[in-house]
Design a protein around this ligand. Sequence first.
Ligand code: NAP
Length: 489
Amino acid sequence: MSLSIHRGDLLPGRNYIGRWCDAEEGRRFDVTDPATDAVVASVPDSGAADARAALDAAHAAFATWRAVPAKQRAQILKRWNDLIVAHQEDLGRLISREQGKPLAEGRGEVTYAASYVEWFAEEATRANGDVIPAPVVGRRMFALKEPVGVVAVITPWNFPAAMIARKIAPALAAGCTVVAKPAEDTPLTSLALVKLAEEAGVPAGVLNIVTASRQRAAEVVDVWLDDPRVRKVSFTGSTPVGKHLARRSADTLKKLSLELGGNAPFIVFDDTDLDAAVDGLMAGKFRNGGQTCVSPNRVFVQAGVHDRFVEKLGARIVALKVGPASDEGSQIGPMINAKAVDKIERHVNDAVDSGARVVVGGQRLAALGANFFAPTLLVGADATMACSCEETFGPIVAVTRFETEEQVIAAANGTPFGLAAYFYSQDVSRIWRIADALETGLVGVNEGALAAEAAPFGGVKESGYGREGSVHGLDDYMSLKYVCQGNLR
Ligand code: NAP
């Protein structure tokens, strides 16, 4: 099956800064298919001048866009949602092509991305403030919500449509304007989304996007971080880069939303429905080949069910079909690039050298391509191993046996990260004890797939702060202004 798309103009191959344009210096870089490493397209390799031009455009457009009535902004966003849904197949193919995920998942990501656009189209008209009862006669007091201003959006490669949609949609809904830089590995889907936004009627200057190679990412983003006209940074990516952005934004005290790395525990208690737990782990762990920030990274199984759970899980992992996205039946695609495969291999080797045992997989699948790694099950993992301390971001399940609730809670929370956690139990008292004790922003109870546009998504500890989606998501793009009118007669 071919991954080619029907509408060739969804591959503009240019920056959008009020109009489609090349990088000022004319440089470009190649985008490759991770399944084959073949070049798919090229896009501008932008630098500081392009970043400044994008910011100038966004800043100039802010005064007009913020004054557009919320209902009109909502209608534009609804049209954008409709266009994304109508182009699901093309967008799904683009995602799979540049990111490598199976086509069914590429299509699913388009639906997921659109759900945020639709949600924030609706939320745009509900940015209500407060009328505050005045403590003295002759006063009226109000708390009004205002857009923060120009927002810099920086996104990772693992969800090329969803990550950018769930930042741009609330920003535009709130009345902010945007400068965006997608990841080097996956710029094509975001350019296609901006093309559809233009078609939906987002005015020139309101949404600007520049692409850049990894070598020039900092040059572009630093322009935005250092400029006081950027009032907010919304970033999804790794914790070290998130910390760098926070430090560099400090001089101009920008508002920040940081959706950073995770190290999710997945806990299976003795009292659980084992088949449901296996289903939940398969769904959570192997989506996008494990390259998901909320992916279970440390699996803790209580001693009484450990061996049975491992046996059931092993049978399911062996049956997974690995292959390129162009193969309709494949369930696990390639990893994003060679560096990602090297990390996974290092984690497996380190675990084995430290006493873990490979039950399934454990090696590269070189016959399929340089970026493929076998879905792997390890038992005998412990807290000292790299696969427990770091986010593996690959199709590796490392199981640790535990005895008591106290032990497993200490282990689950024994990480600087706090994005997602999952546990399986049928005991209602235990469910609330554990849900309360877990130090994470998201908790799945007998559920392996959590994300939804109506729910607040985000972490605690070094997984960042800010929430995306839900009724809280719009507030991250707004500030409160208190207005007090006095001397009324
Ligand atoms: P990353 O290396 O931090 O990159 C994310 C974005 O930041 C990319 O656009 C990247 O550009 C850019 N970037 C990198 N270094 C930069 C710098 N010095 N200055 C400015 N921008 C810079 O993360 P990634 O490897 O793409 O994504 C994986 C990470 O994202 C994982 O840790 C994962 O857990 C996390 N993630 C979190 C969530 C969440 O919601 N919490 C969701 C998805 C992913 P280049 O691509 O050009 O390097």
